[in-house]
Write a protein that binds this ligand. Structure first.
Ligand code: ZN
Length: 170
């Protein structure tokens, strides 16, 4: 049986989310339209608001509300250390470890030539500009331990060391 158009497009939109299969998407849509209509309105407003308010930090590419993210805007971070990670979730993970006081750079992915993701897409020109600033003394390469993550760390490590800056892998 086919769904009516509005319901079908809601199910399709939910199905596009990571980890949501077609059955889950249908179950979620039914819930949102029946028992959880008020939650659905809250979700819709929050989503609309966040899409307008949240952009990318001009400095580190982290999600931000305003030109700089909260970490780049905060005084008292160590300018000499820069931790390079793949995603905003990685920033949260390192922050929660509680032992790092430096700054970040968020690639929003890893090198993947077959998918057309090269140095430009990962913001590497922006990273190099940051390094030219002269404050960074050490770059910590905290990309994922996948093949792509390792290759990305290696590539960035070479660029960093070529500028006389220390690079380490964690
Ligand atoms: Zn930032």
């Amino acid at each position: 049986m086919k769904h009516a158009p509005a319901l079908a497009s809601l199910i399709e939109a939910l199905h596009a989310l990571p980890g949501v299969g077609p059955k889950s998407a249908q179950r979620m849509a039914f819930r949102l339209l029946q028992e959880q209509r008020e939650d659905a309105r809250t979700l819709s407003r929050a989503l609309e608001h966040a899409l307008g308010a949240v952009t990318r930090c001009e400095r580190c590419r982290m999600l931000a509300e305003g030109p700089l993210c909260m970490l780049c805007a905060s005084a008292g971070r160590d300018e000499a250390q820069l931790c390079v990670v793949e995603s905003p979730a990685d920033v949260i993970a390192v922050e929660n470890s509680g032992s790092y006081r430096g700054r970040y750079f968020v690639l929003m992915g890893h090198l993947s030539p077959l998918d057309g993701i090269g140095p430009e897409e990962l913001g590497l020109p922006q990273l190099l500009c940051l390094l030219e600033g002269g404050e960074v003394r050490e770059v910590i390469l905290a990309t994922n331990s996948t093949v792509e993550g390792e290759a990305t760390a290696h590539f960035i490590g070479e660029l960093v060391r070529a500028r006389g800056i220390a690079a380490s892998r964690i």
